[in-house]
Design a protein around this ligand. Structure first.
Ligand code: ATP
Ligand code: MG
Length: 420
């Protein structure tokens, strides 16, 4: 269906156009597809550009020297122009729905998805109608076989085909529904929404590394607070963060702390300040960490805080992986919480120059905001940072011997911990 959209006037990435033009000049079909078309139609800047083509991955590789194959569940060719990566996917065919097929599990999950198909087959393999719009840059028109344009107008997210089997084929689509609902502010069509709580448990079948990637997109893209709410509404959250979910049942501060951390991350993203998953994960798992630490302490463990950190991470890894470059800093934020109440002698001056002090201090403020009573410790540290060295010395004059005599501020030794 040719539709004049005015898309031609939009700032489509020059590199994406290069890819499409080279493919079509070689006689292949090639379209811009997915999030970039959707976002351009909504007047948003696309995050990245995806291309769909009838050229096989090997043929794409031959045409572009700056390319490499990415072996995920389905093969994709990445074409790199500096920092810009264009993802080229070959049209996919429908899989065999028979449960005996080697690439589909009993629950309907697709394990591999590498049979190639035609344009119209590819359309129906996509997840949501608004993600199945194909832009033909030659003709300057959009091909829409699934009513995606009407759904964009109505601001509705609708799975293509039978929602339940589409979620079973790939349960991550449930998280994608949440992500696009949060990001676009669309409503989920009733029939796409209804099966969610019932099928949420299927997330258990997804490898933790893939879920981590999805969690990053959910929580680190600027709409984390709302995504968290929607995940809870559809009962998806507990399958990703079961320990956090348990702690939430016991202690309302848990949910508050997570919400505050996500809101703060959203705000920082809006202000183009740096953000890290370590901080968000620190909040997600803080109460599970405290519960575990107290349990170990009660057992007489003398290294309870450290070991609790390890145990909580190990358990979480069964659901969503946490790369070391994030779990390390996260655990440092936790360990510093125990040092922040030490306000006398040289301890504050050593702590304030710790590389993780800022994150730990921000985290402390959120703990207080979530309702933890820490005797205004956050305010003490806020004041401390605003003082000159003499005033700081005054603030930290305690009873200890260490407060007498000349004190020099020393840089704390850097620990050899993995820091991405
Ligand atoms: P974003 O703005 O986050 O990039 P996107 O819609 O482009 O959103 P991608 O993950 O880049 O999302 O995927 C590109 C396209 O590939 C989607 O628009 C969709 O058509 C298709 N797609 C991606 N993941 C799936 C999936 N799990 N099931 C079916 N189709 C998918
Ligand atoms: Mg995309």
């Amino acid at each position: 269906m040719p539709i004049e959209t005015g898309l031609a006037d939009n700032p489509i990435s020059i590199n994406a156009m290069k890819v499409v033009n080279r493919l079509s000049s070689q006689g292949f079909e090639a379209y811009l597809v997915g999030g970039c078309v959707r976002d351009l139609l909504l007047g948003k800047a696309p995050k990245d550009f995806d291309v769909a083509t009838n050229a096989h991955p090997d043929e794409v590789r031959e045409l572009f020297r700056n390319s490499r194959s990415i072996g995920r569940r389905f093969k994709i060719v990445h074409i790199r122009y500096g920092r810009d990566i264009i993802e080229v996917a070959t049209f996919r065919a429908p899989h065999e729905p028979s449960p005996s097929a080697a690439n589909v599990t009993d629950s309907g999950l697709i394990l591999s998805d590498n049979s190639y198909g035609t344009f119209s087959e590819d359309v129906f393999r996509r997840d949501f109608t608004v993600n199945a719009l194909y832009y033909d840059a030659d003709k300057k028109e959009i091909r829409d076989l699934v009513g995606g344009l009407a759904d964009i107008d109505a601001r509705i997210l609708r799975l293509i085909g039978d929602p339940e089997s589409r979620y079973r084929e790939d349960p991550v689509r449930m998280l994608r529904a949440v992500r696009f609902k949060a990001k676009l502010g669309f409503e989920l069509a009733d029939e796409s929404e209804k099966p969610l709580p019932k099928l949420a448990h299927l997330l258990q079948d997804i490898p933790p590394a893939r879920l981590f990637e999805e969690v990053l997109k959910l929580f680190m893209s600027g709409q984390g607070e709302i995504a968290f709410k929607i995940m809870q509404e559809y009962q998806l959250f507990k399958w990703l963060f079961p320990s956090s979910n348990n702690a939430m049942q016991e202690n309302p501060k848990t949910e508050k702390l997570i919400t505050l951390a996500l809101a703060s991350t959203d705000k920082r993203i809006a202000e183009e300040k740096p953000v890290t998953p370590a901080f968000v994960y620190a909040a997600l798992l803080w109460h599970p960490f405290e519960i575990e630490r107290d349990r170990l302490k009660a057992e007489g463990n003398t290294n309870a805080a450290f070991e609790a950190g390890g145990n909580v991470v190990a358990k979480q890894q069964l659901f969503t992986s946490i790369p070391r470059r994030f779990s390390g800093p996260m655990r440092e934020i936790w360990q510093l919480q125990a040092r922040l109440p030490m306000l006398t002698g040289k301890k504050p001056s050593a702590l304030v120059v710790h590389r993780r002090f800022r994150a730990a201090y921000d985290f402390l403020l959120l703990r207080e905001l979530s309702g933890e009573d820490l005797d205004n410790l956050g305010q003490w540290w806020t004041d401390y940072q605003e003082q000159n060295p003499e005033q700081r010395a005054e603030m930290t004059r305690g009873q200890g011997k260490s407060n007498h005599g000349r004190r020099r501020r020393r840089r704390p030794k850097r620990t050899a911990e993995n820091d991405g």
